[in-house]
Design a protein around this ligand. Structure first.
Ligand SMILES: [Zn+2]
Length: 542
């Protein structure tokens, strides 16, 4: 205290003003994203919401500036560390994908936690820079807070010395709590960086989750085969798939050109393959979790349901709720290093050899960034370009998967296999997917292979006349069709199946982080996007 050059009267209060100004600037820097939303886009937000955000920001500042310093030292340390962690996530998320931390992005971060270590490796530089900035700013704020608090105790009016810290503590507790409430009414609400991770994290635990629907019509014919398999690869581009795998196995599979995933992130994409998108719901408030799941269709058709997850060592992921997990007869976590995909192919061949109706959903390891992590050390080349590393990872993981699967004469005699990737891959600078700025994030391979059957013949015939784009949702309808359902029964609400000639100029696309709402009035950001001519092939490697 003695080192602060305060005098009584006017020059003393000026010192407090300087501390407050310094604190406000530091706090504003911590909350850059929130402030940007306060300043920008005024027209679509309106005066009342802007004023509310301004008040919210001011309340947060008073809480942090005057509330923290009176708490017990151990609690102060815990809160300052928690604050630094939250601010680091805010900065990192913004640097990597220009997204603010909102209620949907926190739920999405939780769902993508399985890729957390990969993100740590790929975006280590961004994370370190964010951490350094967060530590520096929170430390500076701690110094300014301490000095302002001591000024108040030594030079402030007696009532202020008592009541300002009390109000500060109250605001410190109230602001994060009200962030949750505000977010329920306004999902894109941006709360203070120092607490939003926790406020929204707590909120996700309170989500109400609707029951999924039953089937409306039963299967009318025999399934396409005893085993129906849906292989969802990870981060596979269609051009690299064709070059490294497709050409070599051209006679083994029916490939659809111009394939598009519904979402550009792993969790949303897998979830929307399982839950589906109903054509008439697009643009309207709805919850895709209330759709009939792919498991419901399989079970009603007499299939045993199996999920083999090459990206999980224990628990299911990608927005899987307990109620949905209960629809899966057998969950097989198979994450086991760079040879995961090879082992998945071997296990699949064994299962295909045993008679009995099974629907097997596979999450492959594929080629998620960092690409070197999908290669054994002898194949890792530090000096290789991003594109070269990526191609090597695809060849190693997915190439060996197909080589194994197709090496065995008669191995697929009981099977119809649908193959795609959860999303595509942008190989330019920054994030490779989950960003929404590049069409390549949605470009995926779509192929069907397996035993000769009327179903596969219909797919082959249709592939020759199919034009426009082919969506994950078309493939999903076909997976369900292959269980034995009538196409006409499905196409009433779902997208057309792959067994018929379709000219589809637009495909459904989800461009957000969370594929389900928190309130009944929220409209999930699905749109119908042009399916051709959107991506000049030359910028693939830009
Ligand atoms: Zn993915």
């Amino acid at each position: 205290m003695r080192d602060i050059p305060v005098a009584s009267g006017g020059s003393g209060i000026r010192h407090l003003y300087l501390l407050l100004a310094g604190g406000a600037i530091t706090y504003a820097l911590l909350n850059t994203v929130l402030l940007a939303s306060l300043i920008g886009d005024f027209a679509s937000r309106g005066a009342v919401k802007t004023a509310a955000l301004g008040l919210f920001f001011a309340a947060g500042f008073v809480g942090v500036m005057f509330g923290l310093s009176v708490l017990p030292p151990i609690l102060q340390i815990v809160l300052r560390v928690a604050m630094t962690v939250s601010v680091t996530i805010n900065f990192t998320l913004y640097l990597v994908s220009q997204m603010p931390v909102t209620r949907p992005t926190v739920s999405w971060l939780q769902a993508e936690l399985g890729h957390g270590f990969a993100a740590l490796q790929e975006f280590g530089g961004y994370i370190l820079a964010s951490l350094a900035a967060a530590v520096a700013l929170t430390a500076l704020l701690a110094v300014l807070q301490g000095r302002a608090h001591r000024w108040l105790q030594h030079h402030g009016r007696p009532w202020a010395a008592v009541w300002v810290p009390r109000c500060g503590v109250a605001l410190l507790a109230a602001v994060p709590a009200s962030a949750g409430l505000a977010s329920m009414a306004w999902p894109a609400f941006a709360a203070q960086a120092e607490s939003n991770l926790y406020a929204f994290g707590a909120l996700t635990a309170l989500y109400k989750s609707p029951a999924s629907a039953a089937v409306t019509a039963l299967p009318i014919r025999r399934p396409a085969s005893e085993k129906i398999v849906l292989v969802v690869d990870e981060s596979i581009r269609p051009d690299v798939f064709l070059q490294k795998i497709g050409r070599r196995h051209e006679s083994d599979m029916v490939m659809f050109e111009n394939g598009w995933s519904t979402a550009n992130c792993s969790a949303s994409s897998n979830a929307l393959l399982r839950w589906g998108v109903r054509r008439n719901d697009i643009g309207k408030p709805h919850d895709p979790r209330s759709n009939t799941t792919i498991w419901t269709y399989a079970l009603a058709a007499g299939f045993k349901t199996v999920m083999i997850d090459g990206q999980s060592a224990a628990k299911p992921q990608n927005f899987m709720r307990p109620a949905e997990l209960a629809q899966i007869d057998e969950f097989v976590p198979m994450k086991s290093g760079v040879d995961t995909d090879l082992q998945v192919a071997q296990l699949l061949l064994k299962r295909l050899a045993i008679p009995g109706k099974e629907f097997i959903y596979i999450n492959k390891r594929g080629a998620h960034f960092p690409y070197d992590a999908n290669l054994p050390p002898v194949l890792q080349r530090l000096s290789a370009t991003r594109q070269d590393k990526y191609e090597a990872a695809v060849a190693y993981s997915t190439g060996r998967f197909f080589d194994t699967l197709l090496s065995n004469e008669g191995g697929l005699d009981r099977a119809t296999i649908f193959y795609t990737s959860d999303h595509g891959q942008y190989l330019g600078r920054g994030g490779t997917h989950c960003r929404g700025q590049h069409a390549q994030e949605y470009e995926v391979p779509i192929a069907v292979l397996g035993a000769q059957s009327d179903f596969l013949n219909a797919v082959r015939t249709a592939s020759r006349c199919w034009s426009g784009g082919t969506s994950h949702q078309n493939m999903r309808t076909s997976v369900i069709e292959s269980f034995g359902y009538a196409r006409a029964d499905l196409e009433g609400e779902l997208f057309p199946a792959l067994t018929t000639c379709v000219d589809q100029p637009v495909v459904p696309r989800f461009n957000g982080t969370l594929p389900f709402p928190a309130s009944s009035s929220e409209v999930i950001p699905f749109s119908m996007e042009p399916a051709r001519g959107t991506v000049p092939s030359t910028d693939a490697t830009s």
